[in-house]
Write a protein that binds this ligand. Structure first.
Ligand SMILES: CC(C)(COP(=O)(O)OP(=O)(O)OC[C@H]1O[C@@H](n2cnc3c(N)ncnc32)[C@H](O)[C@@H]1OP(=O)(O)O)[C@@H](O)C(=O)NCCC(=O)NCCS
Length: 428
């Protein structure tokens, strides 16, 4: 994140102040040298009055400890059978990790506390198999965590649950994170993993509506690369049902990854969001920077005409922004030719991190509807490199410069860009 992006994060600050973020960190990341950066990012979040709870896993450390002590661990992630020796490994591994987190938070002058806020019961016998010391999260001591958060303390929650009899159970850390997120009515649940995002069939999902993710999870087609990824995906879906507004899955080793994901348009991992956060709206004056930033690469590649800030400002009423999660990710303009029943679809640009999700088509459709409402009979697009997109996906046909009204034709000839002229007749 560049220093200049600080301006960009300003609009998030009122949105996130006093909100609760649950950071669910895989054990493998806690002991990685990059974890210090994550804790620095936590310090930034705290300085913005964001309430942070750190939930951590321990699977990797249980595996390492088991190897070191030549013990066969009965299960690593708290979903299978946890026998007595494995529970002991889990307690040792989890306590060690909690300690490292507390130590790291101290190094950042952050107050933190380990808790017994997870109340658990035995998972029991499933399909005839006793899961022994594997626990099911029964409830979260919300009051305890809220009290700590109110005091500005960062609660650190391990994947261990406690019952009223003083027994300890090994719980799955994704389950714990979900239960904590639900109990605290968290705004965001952020999984910090050793993967660059949610991987499905060789692709990393960058942005996805929770409804679409639910379909992938329910299809159970084995498309998620690992059981860990499937777990993140299914817990993400459950988190929305529990009222969480956003779920992120990021790589813990990306420098400043956490801040970039929370505060930028170009998150580095996967963002799962709910429908209502996607909208097309008229551009406002404060969007001019975003329009310039969005279209910069296309202008450099000669895909779009260079427009100055003043030009955009003058014609701002023509511009529309497509935003996800209040982030402008695409733009388009409709310029009506004066005195004509024709208009031009211009400045269509979809941010590369959001390509191929149908946004371009939605914007074309939107402009078409606007054009119809305005009483236009014809929509024109000029394109140097995207003409086949307009033809195959937008239903435009190839026209000629003669389709342009005289004034526009003159500008077209002067520009020397030799763009193809595409025409769509609007039936009413
Ligand atoms: C072209 C652009 C608007 C497409 O936006 P998008 O949201 O990614 O597009 P959609 O999701 O609606 O459509 C994706 C489909 O279009 C195809 N496509 C993308 N760019 C294309 C191009 N230049 N030529 C032909 N097809 C293209 C994709 O392969 C994909 O095909 P599929 O659905 O068969 O798999 C976007 O890539 C962009 O902003 N490009 C740079 C700027 C530009 O050229 N703007 C147009 C000038 S006004």
């Amino acid at each position: 994140m560049k220093l200049t992006d600080l301006r960009g994060i300003l609009h998030y600050i009122p949105q996130f102040r006093e909100k609760t973020f649950i950071l669910a960190v895989d054990g493998v990341i806690v002991t990685d040298e990059s974890f210090a950066n994550i804790l620095l990012d936590v310090a930034v979040l705290r300085s913005l009055n964001i309430r942070v709870v750190l939930v951590h896993g321990a699977a990797e450390q249980i595996r390492q400890l088991a190897e070191k002590e030549s013990i066969q661990a009965s299960n690593l992630d708290g979903t299978g059978v946890t026998d007595a020796p494995t529970l002991q490994l889990a307690i040792n591994a989890a306590n060690r990790l909690t300690h490292e987190i507390l130590q790291g938070l101290s190094a950042n002058d952050l107050r933190a506390a380990s808790t017994n806020a997870i109340v658990a019961h035995p998972l029991g016998i499933i399909h005839g198999v006793d899961r022994l010391f594997t626990g099911k999260v029964e409830r979260v001591d919300t009051e305890l965590l809220q009290t700590l958060l109110n005091l500005g303390v960062v609660p650190v929650v391990s994947p261990l649950g406690f019952d009223g009899e003083g027994k300890t159970y090994r719980a799955n850390s994704d389950d714990v994170a979900l239960a904590v997120a639900e109990a605290l009515k968290a705004t965001k649940l952020i999984f910090i993993t050793d993967q660059e995002g949610l991987r499905y069939k060789d692709d990393v999902i960058r942005h996805m509506l929770v409804d679409d993710l639910r379909k992938l999870v329910q299809s159970a087609d084995g498309g998620f690369s690992t059981t860990e990824m499937f777990s993140k995906a299914s817990h993400a879906v459950a988190a929305f049902a529990a009222g969480v507004q956003r779920v992120h899955i990021i790589h813990g080793r990306d420098d400043e990854g956490l801040l970039a994901e929370v505060f930028s348009n170009e998150g580095i991992g996967t963002l799962i969001y709910a429908n209502e956060y996607e909208q097309i709206r008229p551009a406002r004056k404060k969007d001019i920077r975003a329009i310039k930033r969005l279209t910069k690469k296309a202008v450099e590649a000669d895909e779009l005409v260079r427009r100055t800030r003043a030009e955009i400002e003058k014609n701002l009423a023509d511009y529309y922004i497509f935003e996800i999660d209040r982030n402008p990710v695409a733009c388009v303009a409709l310029q009506v030719y004066a005195g004509e029943q024709k208009g031009e679809l211009a400045s269509l640009y979809v941010d590369t991190s959001h390509e191929n999700q149908g946004i371009g088509r939605k914007l074309i459709q939107f402009v078409e509807n606007k054009a119809r409402e305005t009483g236009l009979a014809e929509l024109i697009a000029l394109s140097t490199q995207t003409f086949s997109y307009f033809q195959t996906k937008g239903g435009f046909e190839e026209g000629t410069p003669d389709d342009l009204p005289p004034e526009r034709r003159e500008k077209y000839d002067q520009s020397g860009r030799n763009s193809k002229v595409l025409v769509k007749r609007l039936k009413r």
